[in-house]
Design a protein around this ligand. Structure first.
Ligand code: UDX
Length: 446
Protein backbone atom coordinates (compact mmCIF):
# COMPACT_ATOMS: atom_id res chain seq x y z
CA UNK A 1 0.00 0.00 0.00
CA UNK A 2 1.22 3.49 -0.79
CA UNK A 3 2.72 5.23 2.26
CA UNK A 4 0.70 8.00 3.88
CA UNK A 5 2.52 11.28 3.93
CA UNK A 6 2.65 14.17 6.36
CA UNK A 7 4.27 17.52 5.69
CA UNK A 8 5.37 19.50 8.73
CA UNK A 9 5.53 23.25 8.15
CA UNK A 10 3.34 24.69 5.40
CA UNK A 11 5.27 27.73 4.19
CA UNK A 12 6.61 27.96 0.66
CA UNK A 13 8.33 24.64 0.69
CA UNK A 14 5.78 22.67 2.72
CA UNK A 15 2.58 23.90 1.07
CA UNK A 16 4.03 23.18 -2.35
CA UNK A 17 5.42 19.79 -1.36
CA UNK A 18 2.10 18.76 0.24
CA UNK A 19 0.10 19.77 -2.85
CA UNK A 20 2.60 18.03 -5.16
CA UNK A 21 2.43 14.80 -3.15
CA UNK A 22 -1.39 14.86 -3.33
CA UNK A 23 -1.14 15.48 -7.08
CA UNK A 24 0.94 12.31 -7.35
CA UNK A 25 -1.81 10.27 -5.69
CA UNK A 26 -0.67 10.12 -2.05
CA UNK A 27 -2.90 10.76 0.97
CA UNK A 28 -1.34 13.81 2.60
CA UNK A 29 -1.74 15.57 5.94
CA UNK A 30 -0.04 18.97 6.34
CA UNK A 31 0.71 20.37 9.79
CA UNK A 32 1.40 23.91 10.81
CA UNK A 33 1.61 25.34 14.31
CA UNK A 34 -0.11 28.56 13.15
CA UNK A 35 -3.90 27.90 13.14
CA UNK A 36 -4.62 30.80 10.71
CA UNK A 37 -2.31 29.22 8.11
CA UNK A 38 -4.07 25.88 8.44
CA UNK A 39 -7.48 27.55 8.07
CA UNK A 40 -6.37 29.39 4.94
CA UNK A 41 -4.87 26.29 3.34
CA UNK A 42 -8.05 24.34 4.12
CA UNK A 43 -9.80 26.88 1.87
CA UNK A 44 -6.98 26.47 -0.74
CA UNK A 45 -5.78 30.01 -0.05
CA UNK A 46 -2.05 30.67 -0.11
CA UNK A 47 -0.53 33.39 2.07
CA UNK A 48 2.03 34.23 -0.66
CA UNK A 49 2.06 34.79 -4.41
CA UNK A 50 3.12 31.55 -6.08
CA UNK A 51 1.83 30.85 -9.59
CA UNK A 52 -0.13 27.58 -9.89
CA UNK A 53 -0.13 26.70 -6.20
CA UNK A 54 -3.71 27.71 -5.41
CA UNK A 55 -4.99 25.73 -8.39
CA UNK A 56 -3.12 22.65 -7.24
CA UNK A 57 -4.47 23.01 -3.70
CA UNK A 58 -8.03 23.52 -4.97
CA UNK A 59 -7.66 20.29 -6.92
CA UNK A 60 -6.84 18.25 -3.82
CA UNK A 61 -7.87 19.89 -0.53
CA UNK A 62 -10.55 17.75 1.15
CA UNK A 63 -13.99 19.28 1.38
CA UNK A 64 -13.68 21.56 -1.65
CA UNK A 65 -16.03 20.95 -4.52
CA UNK A 66 -14.66 18.55 -7.11
CA UNK A 67 -11.39 17.96 -5.22
CA UNK A 68 -9.64 14.60 -4.91
CA UNK A 69 -9.89 14.98 -1.12
CA UNK A 70 -6.37 13.62 -0.71
CA UNK A 71 -4.99 16.66 1.11
CA UNK A 72 -5.89 17.86 4.61
CA UNK A 73 -4.31 20.26 7.07
CA UNK A 74 -4.12 20.18 10.86
CA UNK A 75 -2.44 21.68 13.92
CA UNK A 76 -2.50 18.38 15.82
CA UNK A 77 0.74 16.44 16.34
CA UNK A 78 -1.25 13.41 17.57
CA UNK A 79 -3.05 13.27 14.24
CA UNK A 80 0.24 13.51 12.36
CA UNK A 81 1.79 10.69 14.38
CA UNK A 82 -1.21 8.42 13.85
CA UNK A 83 -1.64 9.21 10.15
CA UNK A 84 1.83 9.20 8.61
CA UNK A 85 4.30 6.61 7.39
CA UNK A 86 6.60 9.23 5.88
CA UNK A 87 6.96 12.62 7.58
CA UNK A 88 8.57 15.44 5.59
CA UNK A 89 10.00 18.27 7.69
CA UNK A 90 9.68 21.52 5.74
CA UNK A 91 9.97 24.23 8.41
CA UNK A 92 12.17 27.25 7.72
CA UNK A 93 15.67 27.88 9.00
CA UNK A 94 16.13 31.68 8.93
CA UNK A 95 19.32 33.58 9.71
CA UNK A 96 19.75 34.13 13.47
CA UNK A 97 19.18 37.72 14.48
CA UNK A 98 22.48 39.60 14.40
CA UNK A 99 24.51 36.48 13.53
CA UNK A 100 25.56 34.57 10.42
CA UNK A 101 24.45 31.18 11.75
CA UNK A 102 21.09 29.69 10.88
CA UNK A 103 18.35 29.36 13.44
CA UNK A 104 17.53 25.66 13.91
CA UNK A 105 14.85 26.21 16.54
CA UNK A 106 11.91 25.39 14.22
CA UNK A 107 13.50 22.14 13.03
CA UNK A 108 14.41 21.15 16.57
CA UNK A 109 10.91 21.96 17.83
CA UNK A 110 9.34 19.95 14.99
CA UNK A 111 11.43 16.85 15.77
CA UNK A 112 10.79 17.25 19.52
CA UNK A 113 7.02 17.40 18.92
CA UNK A 114 6.90 14.63 16.34
CA UNK A 115 9.22 12.05 17.89
CA UNK A 116 7.12 11.11 20.96
CA UNK A 117 4.16 10.42 18.63
CA UNK A 118 6.02 7.86 16.51
CA UNK A 119 4.68 4.55 17.84
CA UNK A 120 5.21 2.47 14.70
CA UNK A 121 7.69 2.17 11.83
CA UNK A 122 8.10 5.56 10.14
CA UNK A 123 10.50 7.52 8.00
CA UNK A 124 11.25 11.14 8.90
CA UNK A 125 12.60 13.10 5.91
CA UNK A 126 14.28 16.46 6.40
CA UNK A 127 13.86 18.93 3.55
CA UNK A 128 14.81 22.17 5.29
CA UNK A 129 18.20 23.73 4.54
CA UNK A 130 20.35 22.97 7.59
CA UNK A 131 23.99 23.23 8.69
CA UNK A 132 25.95 20.07 7.89
CA UNK A 133 25.87 17.69 10.86
CA UNK A 134 22.23 18.41 11.73
CA UNK A 135 20.84 15.16 10.28
CA UNK A 136 23.13 12.97 12.37
CA UNK A 137 22.21 14.95 15.49
CA UNK A 138 18.46 14.74 14.71
CA UNK A 139 18.71 10.97 14.05
CA UNK A 140 20.12 10.53 17.56
CA UNK A 141 17.31 12.66 18.98
CA UNK A 142 14.68 10.57 17.18
CA UNK A 143 16.21 7.32 18.45
CA UNK A 144 16.10 8.75 21.96
CA UNK A 145 12.54 10.11 21.89
CA UNK A 146 10.50 7.90 19.52
CA UNK A 147 8.60 5.06 21.25
CA UNK A 148 9.12 2.89 18.12
CA UNK A 149 12.90 3.26 18.59
CA UNK A 150 14.95 1.80 15.76
CA UNK A 151 11.88 1.39 13.58
CA UNK A 152 11.96 5.13 13.02
CA UNK A 153 14.53 6.19 10.43
CA UNK A 154 15.73 9.55 9.19
CA UNK A 155 16.69 10.67 5.67
CA UNK A 156 17.84 14.04 4.35
CA UNK A 157 16.28 15.12 1.06
CA UNK A 158 17.15 18.77 0.24
CA UNK A 159 14.81 20.83 -1.89
CA UNK A 160 16.00 23.12 -4.66
CA UNK A 161 12.79 24.94 -5.61
CA UNK A 162 12.84 28.57 -6.69
CA UNK A 163 10.16 31.03 -5.62
CA UNK A 164 7.84 31.77 -8.49
CA UNK A 165 8.52 28.30 -9.93
CA UNK A 166 7.82 26.27 -6.80
CA UNK A 167 5.17 24.01 -8.34
CA UNK A 168 7.11 23.38 -11.53
CA UNK A 169 10.40 22.77 -9.67
CA UNK A 170 8.71 20.36 -7.22
CA UNK A 171 6.94 18.34 -9.89
CA UNK A 172 9.92 18.32 -12.28
CA UNK A 173 13.12 18.59 -10.22
CA UNK A 174 16.57 18.68 -11.85
CA UNK A 175 17.65 15.97 -9.44
CA UNK A 176 16.51 14.16 -6.32
CA UNK A 177 19.14 13.93 -3.60
CA UNK A 178 18.71 11.65 -0.59
CA UNK A 179 21.07 11.24 2.32
CA UNK A 180 20.42 7.96 4.15
CA UNK A 181 22.01 5.62 6.63
CA UNK A 182 19.88 2.53 6.09
CA UNK A 183 18.60 0.68 3.03
CA UNK A 184 14.98 0.86 4.14
CA UNK A 185 14.97 4.66 4.01
CA UNK A 186 16.33 4.58 0.44
CA UNK A 187 13.72 2.01 -0.58
CA UNK A 188 10.82 4.08 0.82
CA UNK A 189 12.05 7.28 -0.84
CA UNK A 190 12.54 5.51 -4.17
CA UNK A 191 8.90 4.40 -3.85
CA UNK A 192 7.69 7.92 -3.04
CA UNK A 193 9.58 9.35 -6.01
CA UNK A 194 8.80 6.45 -8.38
CA UNK A 195 6.09 8.72 -9.72
CA UNK A 196 6.15 11.29 -12.49
CA UNK A 197 8.34 13.39 -10.13
CA UNK A 198 11.17 10.90 -10.41
CA UNK A 199 10.82 10.27 -14.13
CA UNK A 200 13.85 11.65 -15.89
CA UNK A 201 15.31 13.13 -12.69
CA UNK A 202 18.65 11.69 -11.58
CA UNK A 203 18.32 10.04 -8.14
CA UNK A 204 21.47 10.65 -6.12
CA UNK A 205 21.88 8.54 -2.99
CA UNK A 206 24.50 9.57 -0.49
CA UNK A 207 25.24 9.97 3.22
CA UNK A 208 23.79 12.61 5.57
CA UNK A 209 26.60 15.18 5.46
CA UNK A 210 26.91 15.10 1.67
CA UNK A 211 23.15 15.52 1.18
CA UNK A 212 23.12 18.49 3.55
CA UNK A 213 26.12 20.02 1.82
CA UNK A 214 24.69 19.60 -1.70
CA UNK A 215 22.10 22.25 -0.93
CA UNK A 216 24.42 24.85 0.57
CA UNK A 217 27.07 24.16 -2.07
CA UNK A 218 24.53 24.64 -4.90
CA UNK A 219 23.28 27.95 -3.48
CA UNK A 220 26.86 29.12 -2.83
CA UNK A 221 27.76 28.36 -6.43
CA UNK A 222 24.76 30.32 -7.72
CA UNK A 223 25.58 33.28 -5.45
CA UNK A 224 29.20 33.15 -6.62
CA UNK A 225 28.14 33.22 -10.25
CA UNK A 226 26.04 36.34 -9.67
CA UNK A 227 28.76 38.11 -7.70
CA UNK A 228 31.32 37.13 -10.33
CA UNK A 229 29.35 38.86 -13.07
CA UNK A 230 28.68 41.83 -10.81
CA UNK A 231 32.43 42.13 -10.17
CA UNK A 232 32.88 42.11 -13.96
CA UNK A 233 30.25 44.87 -14.12
CA UNK A 234 32.39 46.98 -11.79
CA UNK A 235 35.41 46.48 -14.04
CA UNK A 236 33.34 47.13 -17.18
CA UNK A 237 32.12 50.41 -15.72
CA UNK A 238 35.70 51.47 -14.99
CA UNK A 239 36.92 50.40 -18.44
CA UNK A 240 33.85 51.47 -20.44
CA UNK A 241 33.03 47.87 -21.37
CA UNK A 242 29.64 46.19 -21.63
CA UNK A 243 28.98 43.46 -19.05
CA UNK A 244 25.84 42.17 -20.84
CA UNK A 245 27.83 41.45 -24.00
CA UNK A 246 30.64 40.00 -21.91
CA UNK A 247 28.19 37.64 -20.14
CA UNK A 248 26.69 36.58 -23.45
CA UNK A 249 30.11 35.89 -24.92
CA UNK A 250 31.54 33.90 -21.99
CA UNK A 251 28.21 32.05 -21.65
CA UNK A 252 28.69 30.46 -25.08
CA UNK A 253 31.33 28.31 -23.43
CA UNK A 254 29.22 25.42 -22.14
CA UNK A 255 31.52 24.98 -19.17
CA UNK A 256 30.47 28.45 -18.02
CA UNK A 257 26.87 28.52 -19.28
CA UNK A 258 24.57 31.49 -19.85
CA UNK A 259 22.36 31.24 -16.79
CA UNK A 260 22.77 33.27 -13.60
CA UNK A 261 25.08 35.76 -15.28
CA UNK A 262 22.75 38.75 -15.24
CA UNK A 263 24.56 41.68 -13.68
CA UNK A 264 22.55 44.20 -11.69
CA UNK A 265 21.91 45.16 -8.09
CA UNK A 266 22.60 41.62 -6.89
CA UNK A 267 20.85 38.76 -5.19
CA UNK A 268 18.42 38.82 -2.26
CA UNK A 269 15.53 36.74 -0.96
CA UNK A 270 15.06 34.23 1.81
CA UNK A 271 17.71 31.76 0.60
CA UNK A 272 20.94 32.81 -1.12
CA UNK A 273 22.07 35.56 1.33
CA UNK A 274 21.31 33.62 4.50
CA UNK A 275 22.55 30.30 3.11
CA UNK A 276 26.03 31.56 2.24
CA UNK A 277 26.32 33.22 5.66
CA UNK A 278 25.15 30.11 7.53
CA UNK A 279 27.58 28.04 5.45
CA UNK A 280 30.50 30.27 6.49
CA UNK A 281 29.41 30.10 10.13
CA UNK A 282 29.21 26.30 10.04
CA UNK A 283 32.56 25.94 8.28
CA UNK A 284 34.04 28.09 11.06
CA UNK A 285 32.65 25.73 13.71
CA UNK A 286 34.17 22.81 11.84
CA UNK A 287 37.59 24.50 11.60
CA UNK A 288 37.25 24.79 7.80
CA UNK A 289 36.60 28.54 7.66
CA UNK A 290 39.51 29.17 5.28
CA UNK A 291 37.79 27.06 2.64
CA UNK A 292 34.91 29.52 2.48
CA UNK A 293 36.56 32.92 2.91
CA UNK A 294 35.73 33.59 -0.75
CA UNK A 295 32.03 33.62 0.23
CA UNK A 296 32.71 36.67 2.36
CA UNK A 297 33.82 38.39 -0.84
CA UNK A 298 30.76 37.06 -2.70
CA UNK A 299 28.60 38.63 0.00
CA UNK A 300 30.42 41.95 0.01
CA UNK A 301 30.41 42.31 -3.80
CA UNK A 302 26.67 41.67 -3.59
CA UNK A 303 26.04 44.28 -0.89
CA UNK A 304 28.24 46.79 -2.75
CA UNK A 305 25.81 46.66 -5.70
CA UNK A 306 23.07 48.21 -3.60
CA UNK A 307 25.35 51.05 -2.45
CA UNK A 308 26.47 51.59 -6.04
CA UNK A 309 22.87 52.02 -7.22
CA UNK A 310 22.29 54.60 -4.47
CA UNK A 311 25.42 56.48 -5.64
CA UNK A 312 24.31 56.43 -9.29
CA UNK A 313 20.91 57.79 -8.22
CA UNK A 314 22.53 60.52 -6.12
CA UNK A 315 24.71 61.54 -9.04
CA UNK A 316 21.65 61.62 -11.34
CA UNK A 317 19.74 63.99 -9.06
CA UNK A 318 22.64 66.41 -8.75
CA UNK A 319 24.66 65.17 -5.78
CA UNK A 320 22.13 65.09 -2.91
CA UNK A 321 18.66 63.62 -2.31
CA UNK A 322 17.11 66.43 -0.27
CA UNK A 323 14.07 67.78 -2.07
CA UNK A 324 14.45 65.20 -4.86
CA UNK A 325 11.76 62.77 -5.94
CA UNK A 326 12.88 59.24 -6.72
CA UNK A 327 10.57 56.71 -8.41
CA UNK A 328 11.33 53.08 -7.57
CA UNK A 329 9.95 50.41 -9.89
CA UNK A 330 10.02 47.07 -8.09
CA UNK A 331 10.15 46.13 -4.40
CA UNK A 332 10.37 42.33 -4.41
CA UNK A 333 13.71 40.48 -4.48
CA UNK A 334 12.87 39.15 -7.94
CA UNK A 335 9.89 39.21 -10.34
CA UNK A 336 6.94 36.76 -10.09
CA UNK A 337 7.15 36.78 -6.32
CA UNK A 338 5.67 38.95 -3.56
CA UNK A 339 8.64 38.26 -1.29
CA UNK A 340 10.57 41.30 -0.05
CA UNK A 341 12.93 39.44 2.29
CA UNK A 342 16.42 40.92 1.92
CA UNK A 343 15.24 42.57 -1.28
CA UNK A 344 17.94 44.65 -3.00
CA UNK A 345 15.20 46.89 -4.46
CA UNK A 346 13.62 47.73 -1.13
CA UNK A 347 17.02 48.17 0.45
CA UNK A 348 18.01 50.76 -2.18
CA UNK A 349 14.65 52.53 -1.77
CA UNK A 350 15.13 52.57 2.01
CA UNK A 351 18.68 53.93 1.84
CA UNK A 352 17.59 56.81 -0.42
CA UNK A 353 14.64 57.57 1.85
CA UNK A 354 16.92 57.65 4.91
CA UNK A 355 19.20 60.07 3.06
CA UNK A 356 16.36 62.52 2.59
CA UNK A 357 15.00 61.51 -0.84
CA UNK A 358 11.25 61.47 -1.47
CA UNK A 359 10.82 57.89 -2.61
CA UNK A 360 7.69 56.48 -4.28
CA UNK A 361 7.59 52.74 -4.85
CA UNK A 362 5.43 50.63 -7.13
CA UNK A 363 5.52 46.84 -7.42
CA UNK A 364 2.97 44.60 -9.16
CA UNK A 365 2.69 42.05 -6.29
CA UNK A 366 4.90 43.16 -3.43
CA UNK A 367 3.14 46.32 -2.20
CA UNK A 368 1.50 44.80 0.84
CA UNK A 369 4.70 43.16 2.10
CA UNK A 370 6.80 46.23 1.28
CA UNK A 371 4.39 48.53 3.16
CA UNK A 372 4.56 46.25 6.19
CA UNK A 373 8.38 46.17 6.21
CA UNK A 374 8.89 49.83 5.26
CA UNK A 375 5.76 51.83 6.10
CA UNK A 376 7.47 55.23 5.84
CA UNK A 377 8.18 55.01 2.09
CA UNK A 378 5.75 56.48 -0.42
CA UNK A 379 3.69 53.99 -2.43
CA UNK A 380 1.80 54.43 -5.70
CA UNK A 381 -0.86 52.32 -7.40
CA UNK A 382 0.90 52.12 -10.78
CA UNK A 383 4.28 52.69 -12.42
CA UNK A 384 3.26 55.97 -14.11
CA UNK A 385 1.87 57.25 -10.82
CA UNK A 386 5.13 56.39 -9.02
CA UNK A 387 7.03 58.29 -11.73
CA UNK A 388 4.95 61.48 -11.48
CA UNK A 389 7.28 64.41 -10.77
CA UNK A 390 10.34 62.15 -10.39
CA UNK A 391 13.85 63.52 -10.82
CA UNK A 392 15.10 60.00 -11.50
CA UNK A 393 13.41 56.63 -12.10
CA UNK A 394 15.06 53.46 -10.72
CA UNK A 395 14.18 50.12 -12.30
CA UNK A 396 15.07 47.66 -9.52
CA UNK A 397 13.05 44.45 -10.07
CA UNK A 398 12.62 43.19 -13.63
CA UNK A 399 8.86 42.56 -13.80
CA UNK A 400 7.61 41.97 -17.36
CA UNK A 401 5.17 44.85 -16.78
CA UNK A 402 8.07 47.33 -16.66
CA UNK A 403 9.37 46.23 -20.05
CA UNK A 404 5.96 47.16 -21.48
CA UNK A 405 6.10 50.74 -20.22
CA UNK A 406 5.89 53.44 -22.88
CA UNK A 407 8.97 55.67 -22.47
CA UNK A 408 7.39 58.51 -24.48
CA UNK A 409 4.25 58.62 -22.32
CA UNK A 410 6.26 58.35 -19.12
CA UNK A 411 8.48 61.21 -20.18
CA UNK A 412 5.46 63.49 -19.95
CA UNK A 413 4.92 62.81 -16.23
CA UNK A 414 8.46 62.97 -14.81
CA UNK A 415 10.32 66.10 -13.73
CA UNK A 416 13.52 64.90 -15.37
CA UNK A 417 13.71 62.03 -17.91
CA UNK A 418 16.48 59.94 -16.32
CA UNK A 419 16.27 56.21 -15.73
CA UNK A 420 18.72 53.81 -14.10
CA UNK A 421 18.20 50.16 -15.03
CA UNK A 422 19.37 48.18 -12.00
CA UNK A 423 18.54 44.86 -13.65
CA UNK A 424 19.84 45.36 -17.19
CA UNK A 425 16.45 44.31 -18.49
CA UNK A 426 15.02 47.36 -20.26
CA UNK A 427 15.46 48.24 -23.92
CA UNK A 428 18.04 51.04 -23.75
CA UNK A 429 17.51 52.11 -27.38
CA UNK A 430 13.76 52.68 -26.95
CA UNK A 431 14.24 54.83 -23.84
CA UNK A 432 17.04 56.87 -25.39
CA UNK A 433 15.02 57.37 -28.58
CA UNK A 434 12.21 58.83 -26.43
CA UNK A 435 14.61 61.39 -24.99
CA UNK A 436 15.62 59.69 -21.75
CA UNK A 437 19.07 59.62 -20.20
CA UNK A 438 19.38 55.87 -19.75
CA UNK A 439 22.03 54.21 -17.61
CA UNK A 440 22.43 50.50 -16.88
CA UNK A 441 24.77 48.55 -14.60
CA UNK A 442 28.21 47.80 -16.04
CA UNK A 443 27.31 49.12 -19.49
CA UNK A 444 28.49 52.13 -21.45
CA UNK A 445 26.66 55.38 -20.74
CA UNK A 446 25.42 56.00 -24.26
C1 UDX B 1 17.28 30.16 -4.84
C2 UDX B 1 17.81 28.97 -5.65
O1 UDX B 1 17.77 29.29 -7.04
C3 UDX B 1 16.98 27.72 -5.36
O2 UDX B 1 17.52 26.60 -6.07
C4 UDX B 1 17.00 27.45 -3.87
O3 UDX B 1 16.20 26.33 -3.55
C5 UDX B 1 16.49 28.67 -3.10
O4 UDX B 1 17.28 29.82 -3.45
P1 UDX B 1 15.23 31.86 -5.08
O5 UDX B 1 15.69 32.49 -3.81
O6 UDX B 1 13.76 31.59 -5.28
O7 UDX B 1 15.97 30.44 -5.29
O8 UDX B 1 15.67 32.84 -6.25
P2 UDX B 1 16.60 32.82 -7.55
O9 UDX B 1 15.75 32.73 -8.75
O10 UDX B 1 17.69 31.86 -7.41
O11 UDX B 1 17.18 34.31 -7.48
C6 UDX B 1 17.93 34.75 -6.34
C7 UDX B 1 18.37 36.18 -6.48
O12 UDX B 1 19.41 36.28 -7.44
C8 UDX B 1 17.28 37.17 -6.95
O13 UDX B 1 17.37 38.34 -6.15
C9 UDX B 1 17.65 37.47 -8.38
O14 UDX B 1 17.23 38.75 -8.80
C10 UDX B 1 19.17 37.36 -8.34
N1 UDX B 1 19.79 37.03 -9.64
C11 UDX B 1 19.55 35.83 -10.22
C12 UDX B 1 20.67 37.94 -10.24
O15 UDX B 1 20.91 39.03 -9.72
N2 UDX B 1 21.26 37.60 -11.43
C13 UDX B 1 21.04 36.41 -12.05
O16 UDX B 1 21.63 36.18 -13.11
C14 UDX B 1 20.14 35.49 -11.44
Amino acid sequence: MAPKITVIGTGYLGATHAAAMAELGFEVLGLDVVPEKVEMLARAEVPMYEPGLEDLLRKHVAGLEGSSGRLRFTTSWEEVGEFGDVHFICVNTPQKHGEYACDMSYVDAAVASLAPRLNRPALVVGKSTVPVGSAARLARKLAELAPAGEEVELAWNPEFLREGFAVQDTLHPDRIVVGVEGERAEKVLREVYATPIGEGSPFVVTDYPTAELVKTAANSFLATKISFINAMAEVCEAADGDVAKLAEAIGHDERIGKKFLRAGIGFGGGCLPKDIRAFMARAGELGADQALTFLREVDSINMRRRGHMVELAREAVGGGFLGRRVAVLGATFKPDSDDVRDSPALNVAGQIHLQGGQVTVYDPKGMENARRVFPTLGYAASAPEACRGAHVVLHLTEWAEFRELDPAALREVVASPQILDGRNALHAGAWRAAGWTFRAMGRPRA
